[in-house]
Write a protein that binds this ligand. Sequence first.
Ligand SMILES: [Zn+2]
Length: 59
Amino acid sequence: MSDTMTETPTVTVDEVSIARLHGFACWTCGAVTHQLAPYDDVAVAGTGRTWTVFRCAHA
Ligand SMILES: [Zn+2]
């Protein structure tokens, strides 16, 4: 337990699309036709997995 741990946002499977989690679509806007760049790591609640997500390279 830590109140300073803000590095990795936690999401639930229900609130994100698989495409976004897998880096196929922009994390913030969902675009799939833009060039994407690594953006952040997110933890998915209940899975113990952390994924690197992507967003538009020039947002
Ligand atoms: Zn975007």
